[in-house]
Design a protein around this ligand. Structure first.
Ligand code: PLP
Length: 368
């Protein structure tokens, strides 16, 4: 008997999420998964050592099931109450919980294309339905279409991925005031943006904000994210989540990182300065169409030595960079993303290597 034939039909048909490559050998300039190029606050390593202790004895014990001290710290950071916060094993965990709570075959989850490609995967796991709103090349928020969406829950990434384009609060507020479902604003990149929607929470109970410590707090490896929402919504997430969804070490590390806001602000400012220089370099110096970025990555349309653009040109640039151990991201499956590369903001030195390698690509004979 083939045990996998017992799987539910929708599970048998699933396609797993494709994460960005994580090469195990050294020597790569890794600009493909929007991690922070700088280490986390030094307080994180100290907190981890403290939590483990001399002999790791504390690891015998389960963690705080609700991540209560972390909820309190997040609430304080955003001027909210603990009841407004749920902590997840990365923000992906929170997104998963939201799909579990609000999406079925009869209740659709909505998202835009392009946006974070995990949403359709989560809907597939749930055997739910989805409804899609396509951007056009301007990447402007289609406010009216969003407000009229029949989705029970709508995932809006702001700043958007992989474009880096941020949406104004005034526009999001127009959606919130008309839309009949739950609007989840995935703010994974909001610390790098000029606006975020936290101030709208008090007025719009249909708003859920999702944040992560993976990017701006340099803690992708520790897997902590959170939801900010109406206490009723938080209560639902708490019913659905694993009872110990965030481990001891992650709770300690996240608390230490949140406590060091001065460090956080310094590295965010550094990433933004490098990003703004990179956007200018691509758009003005190279003359490549590049979206204004409110995130820690840039989305640029490579032009080859003959001045051509398009999916094949982007793929050629990607392959050349890869052959020189510079890793960026190419999303070939959508017409609006296929001619572009998404490049995470690295250190100034890494961005220099990227630029030198692109210069070498432009000088290389075709098909090099
Ligand atoms: C828009 C968006 N949301 C959520 C995540 C996931 O973050 P986490 O590491 O907290 O699961 C990512 C990661 O790349 C992302 O781009």
């Amino acid at each position: 008997m083939n045990p996998s034939s017992l799987a539910l039909p929708h599970v048998a048909k699933l396609h797993a999420y494709t994460p960005g490559l994580q090469p195990s050998e050294p020597g790569w300039v890794k600009l493909n998964t929007n991690e922070c190029p700088y280490p986390p606050s030094p307080r994180v390593a100290a907190a981890l050592r403290r939590e483990i202790g001399e002999d790791g004895v504390s690891l015998r014990l389960y963690p705080n099931p609700k991540s209560t001290p972390l909820r309190a710290a997040v609430a304080q950071l955003h001027g909210l109450r603990e009841e407004n916060v749920c902590i997840g094993n990365g923000s992906d965990d929170i997104l998963n919980l939201l799909v579990r709570c609000f999406c079925t075959q009869d209740a659709a989850a909505g998202f835009t294309l392009p946006s974070y490609s995990l949403y359709p995967v989560l809907v597939g796991i749930q055997d739910g339905t989805s409804t899609i709103i396509e951007f056009d090349r301007t990447m402007r928020l289609p406010v009216e279409r969003l407000a009229a969406s029949p989705a029970r829950v709508f995932f809006l990434t702001s700043p958007n991925a992989p474009t880096g384009v941020g949406f104004a609060n005034a526009e999001i507020e127009r959606v919130l005031s008309t839309y009949a479902g739950l609007l989840v604003v995935d703010e994974a990149y909001a610390p790098f943006a000029s606006e975020n929607t936290v101030s709208l929470l008090a007025r719009y109970p249909n708003l859920v904000i999702v944040r992560t410590l993976s990017k701006a707090y340099a803690l992708a490896g520790i897997r902590v994210g959170y939801a900010l929402a109406d206490p009723g919504v938080i209560g639902l997430l708490d019913r659905v989540r694993d009872s110990y969804n965030v481990n001891r070490l992650s709770q300690a590390a996240a608390l230490a990182a949140l406590e060091d806001q001065a460090y956080f602000e310094t590295i965010v400012a550094r990433v933004k300065a490098t990003r703004d220089r990179a956007v200018r370099g691509f758009a003005e110096t190279r003359g490549w169409f590049t979206y204004p970025s409110q995130a820690n990555f840039i989305f640029t349309e490579p032009k080859n030595a003959r001045g051509e653009t398009g999916p094949a040109v982007a793929k050629a640039a990607y392959d050349f960079l890869c052959s020189r151990k510079v890793l960026v991201r190419h999303f070939p499956s959508h017409a609006l993303t296929a001619p572009f590369l998404r490049i995470s903001v690295g250190t100034d030195q890494e961005m220099q290597v990227l630029n030198d390698t692109l210069d070498a690509w432009l000088k290389a004979p075709p098909n090099a």
